[in-house]
Design a protein around this ligand. Structure first.
Ligand code: SF4
Length: 294
């Protein structure tokens, strides 16, 4: 069995910068302790465990505003690459917390866009994943009643914006570019006057395009990524739907099952932008080992 490594794959610049910032903060003896991160810095448990070794505690499992309540007075808090709503920032400032913002510049760009569109009188239709922190932060830029989340075509029926209202359609950065196109088309059928702002970031696009392209050359694509990583799950989806090949997501080498590769002569390996390279390397090495005996 031959193993192809897909390029680009793995950590994007936004994730690298966020992790570097967190480690730099942890190494600074002048930063007040304890140090917390509001949510997983990126959706990968290996990265979360690594930061724990630096003394950084991850608060997870709720809305950012609720998680902030768990940060004691005088402590330090880091905001993740996914971005944060203005309400969370204001609350942290009001409580006098020492905070750092590791929001990816591509996410910040979307926040600025929403803010500007709201000021110009638009309402926002945000295409994103329910329960994901990025929509929570970005949609927090708009007042209630002037923003709605759409996850799929079925959600569009529930939208109550009028035909006359200025509307801006804005997307999350880590969606499948193909799925998003169909949701945008369905939205434009209902609101032909809406402005479209596709905010899927370049790192996401390039990883998806490379995964689809390699599908032509292989029997199967393995995606390395955490179950909560939106961009890793989208990679599996685009390989299956657009590339037309089977795909599996594994979090680490331990998840691999040899029987998946019975009858496979060529497999490709890619990774979500929140997956550390050493985890992907172990997956590649294991597949190469199995490849020698098939
Ligand atoms: S996936 Fe895109 S938006 Fe998210 S951190 Fe990476 S570069 Fe930034």
């Amino acid at each position: 069995m031959e193993v192809l490594k897909v390029h680009p794959r793995g950590y994007c610049y936004g994730v690298v910068d966020a992790i570097t910032m967190a480690k730099r903060i942890a190494k600074d003896p002048n930063v007040p302790r304890p140090i917390y991160i509001l949510g997983q810095i990126v959706h990968n448990r290996h990265t979360v465990l690594e930061l724990e070794e630096y003394g950084i505690q991850t608060l997870d499992g709720g809305l950012r505003l609720d998680l902030l309540e768990q940060v004691p007075d005088g402590a330090t808090v880091i905001f993740t690459a996914h971005g944060i709503s203005p309400a969370v920032k204001a609350k942290a400032a009001q409580r006098g917390l020492n905070f750092y913002d590791a929001t990816c510049p591509d996410v910040t760009k979307t926040h600025i866009l929403i803010r500007e569109k709201i000021q110009e009188g638009y309402s926002i239709i945000y295409i994103g994943t329910k329960g994901h922190p990025e929509p929570e932060g970005a949609m927090g830029e708009a007042p209630q009643g002037r923003v709605a989340l759409v996850t799929n075509v079925a959600d569009i029926e529930q939208l109550t914006f009028s035909d006359q209202e200025p509307l801006a359609i804005v997307t999350q950065t880590t969606l499948s570019q193909w799925d998003t196109k169909s949701v945008i088309n369905a939205l434009l059928a209902k609101y032909p006057h809406a402005e479209v702002h596709n905010e899927i970031c370049l790192a996401t696009q390039l990883r998806q395009e490379a995964a689809v392209k390699v599908s032509d050359q292989v029997d199967m694509v393995v995606v390395v990524g955490d179950r909560r990583s939106n961009n890793s799950n989208r990679l599996v989806e685009v390989v299956e739907k657009i590339g037309g090949k089977p795909s599996v997501r594994v979090e680490s080498v331990e998840d691999l099952r040899p029987e998946w590769f019975d009858g496979i002569t060529k497999v490709a390996v890619t990774a979500g932008s929140s997956t550390p390279s050493h985890i992907t390397r172990q997956v590649v090495q294991q597949l190469e080992e199995w490849g020698k005996i098939t």
